[in-house]
Design a protein around this ligand. Structure first.
Ligand code: AMP
Length: 294
């Protein structure tokens, strides 16, 4: 192991994927069941809820912290992405996690000498639409790194948040071609206002943070409409649009999809099962959320 790896009280930080891979292999040799939580750091209660679920259901929990440049379609967004590694370590240690690993892009992709030489994986059919439309290349960047992370950790249960529901679908499809990875999807953790917790919330001014709760209000209004028998996608989307418009936020999308079929709806369709999805910008900070209807 490299000299700068260190043990911070009870949690081990391994600063390269090779060391992380040998740690995981050793633990599996000792018949330890590993729970894995991939993150980009700047941790909040949403991330910690995944770590807690992993802790309950496994012998050991490892967490990756890597701000993945491959999934940022906007260089400014990458640069401004919040980072607070020391605080992340303390929080994970408090949750009783066992190992954190980090790495550089070169360590994850040793064969590539520059970004353009990285062999990007295809993200599959769930990458089409919504985030796929508004963040071109985002899901290819996600699956390319997540595949490396899964190769590093090996057989495990991997925990993801429903907050990024489309990402869950994309990753679940990715794991159909990788052995030994169980995907566990955990509920969205929200602030008291209903705003889904997100690392990006820390970039919002207090006023913007208050306004951002309109996302949750719009999702709940679609939920109410569904519960009152509304099944027409355009009517459900229209309800969300009007709530968001009154708050004056920039709407990227506010729409519903059948999560099983994952195709854009036709205007005359009537949905049997549906999930509402919203992406907006407030003060140029991009926020997403979603909610199962019914
Ligand atoms: P990120 O660091 O944003 O890549 O997120 C790492 C993991 O945490 C992903 O699986 C996210 O879906 C999950 N996550 C982020 N925010 C929340 C939240 N509010 N509730 C539950 N899970 C979340």
């Amino acid at each position: 192991m490299s000299g700068s790896n260190n043990k911070v009280a009870t949690i081990i930080h391994l600063n390269n994927p090779d060391d992380a891979a040998s740690w995981c292999k050793t633990q599996r040799g000792r018949r330890k069941k590993i729970g894995f939580v991939p993150t980009m750091g700047a941790l909040h209660d949403g991330h910690l809820s995944l770590a807690r679920a992993a802790k309950r259901e496994n012998d050991l929990v490892c967490v990756s912290i890597f701000v993945n440049p491959l999934q940022f379609n906007n260089p400014e967004d990458l640069e401004n992405y919040p980072r607070d590694f020391d605080r992340d370590v303390r929080q994970l240690e408090n949750e009783g996690c066992d190992m954190i690993f980090t790495g550089t892009l070169t360590q994850f992709f040793p064969d590539a000498h520059k970004l353009e030489e990285i062999n990007m994986l295809e993200a599959g059919r769930y990458a089409l639409g919504l985030e796929g439309d508004y963040r071109p290349g985002h899901f290819a960047g996600v699956v390319t790194i997540v595949e490396r992370l899964f190769n590093t950790v090996g057989q495990c249960s991997a925990y993801f948040g429903e907050k990024d529901f489309q990402q869950c679908l994309v990753i679940r499809e990715l794991t159909e071609s990788i052995n030994g990875i169980d995907i566990i999807i955990c509920p969205t953790i929200r602030e008291d206002s209903g705003l889904a917790m997100s690392s990006r919330n820390s970039l919002l001014s207090p006023q913007a943070r208050e306004r951002a709760s309109v996302i949750y209000q719009a999702l709940c209004t679609a939920q109410d409409a569904w519960n009152n028998g509304e099944r027409r996608p355009h009517a459900l989307s229209g309800t969300m649009h009007s709530i968001l418009k009154t708050a004056g936020v920039d709407i990227e999308y506010a729409t519903v999809r059948d999560p099983n079929r994952w195709i854009a709806f036709e205007s005359e369709d009537s949905l049997d099962s549906a999930r509402a999805f919203i992406a907006i910008r407030i003060d140029d900070i991009r926020l997403i959320d979603n909610m199962k209807l019914g």
